[in-house]
Design a protein around this ligand. Structure first.
Ligand code: SAH
Length: 274
């Protein structure tokens, strides 16, 4: 399936072409983002009769775009190499998911409050988990179950590397918030569900991938049952002493295999809806 359409907004010459292969910006191009933006703006404005007006109108768009490119460059430095993941991170406007009070930190590698005592995950963790989820499979991978929609950011990134995403959230207020935030993106392969993700979503099973943004003491059996042969699950799990590790589980024709990876910090996986 082809990549989902970009948001339905007026196009802009500085926008990167989604159909072109992803090429990371050279280090020197994004080292000083503040210096880079006016140059980009000037180049983007070439050919327009009223360039000054145009630059002012789109300065914040350019700022966000430059910051997002710098964020992607950092992700590469941190070891994210999967081209489709880097492209999806580059194309998903994280600032649109961030509450006004935190907007200036939209492209910092930090988790931020999204209300209701929940947080949007750090970009490096989102990219790492999605890279693990895809591993060496061709993209887009098939159907994916995303547990813990939150504000919907990770679901939006996922929708760019999977054919179909079912994203489930147990808090009605956040489910509604994600629906509103995601509407302008017009991601037709992303389905938001209100429910208890601990029981998975059998109607969409089997899944090529299952990814969770909340961690419990065990991996719920429903997730393992709903994982396709050849599928992969990536989730945080409590490992004792108040610590959580990222766990990767693969279902092969022979059965399940598990890897326990680095320590992480996610909100708790809770049962029921609220
Ligand atoms: N991926 C999200 C991160 C949200 S934080 C983002 O990009 O913003 C994790 C979310 O998991 C919280 O919103 C929390 O309410 C939700 N959650 C916790 N337990 C859950 C469960 N059993 N089912 C569905 N969602 C759950």
């Amino acid at each position: 399936m082809s990549a989902p359409k970009p948001p339905n907004r007026p196009s802009f010459p500085a926008r990167l072409d989604q159909n072109k292969p992803f090429f990371a910006p050279k280090l020197s191009q994004t080292t000083d983002v503040k210096k880079q933006v006016p140059r980009v703006a000037m180049e983007a404005a070439k050919g327009f009769s009223d360039s000054k007006f145009f630059i002012n109108q789109d300065r914040s768009t350019l700022n966000h775009e430059a910051l997002r490119l710098a964020m992607v460059r950092k992700l590469q430095h941190q070891g994210i190499h999967h081209e489709a993941v880097l492209r999806a991170m580059r194309d998903t406007e994280r600032h649109r998911f961030i509450d006004a009070g935190w907007a200036n930190q939209s492209y910092e590698d930090t988790s931020l409050p999204i209300g209701y005592e929940q947080t949007i995950s750090k970009p490096s963790v989102v990219a790492r988990m999605i890279e693990l989820l895809l591993h060496d499979r061709p993209t887009p991978i098939g159907r994916v179950l995303d547990i813990g929609t939150g504000c919907g950011y990770q679901a939006a990134v996922l929708s760019r590397v999977c054919t179909e995403v079912y994203s489930i959230e147990r808090l009605k207020a956040l489910h509604d918030k994600a629906r509103n935030l995601l509407r302008p993106f017009r991601l037709f392969n992303l389905h938001l569900l209100l429910g208890d993700g601990m029981v998975g979503y059998a109607a969409g099973a089997p899944y090529s991938g299952i990814i969770a943004a909340a961690g419990g003491t065990v991996i719920p059996t429903a997730w393992l049952e709903q994982l396709a042969v050849g599928g992969r699950l990536v989730a945080p799990v409590d490992v004792g002493g108040g610590r959580q590790s990222l766990v990767v589980i693969d279902r092969t024709a022979q059965g399940l295999t598990q890897q326990v990876l680095e320590l992480v910090q996610f909100v708790p996986l809770k049962s029921g809806i609220a």
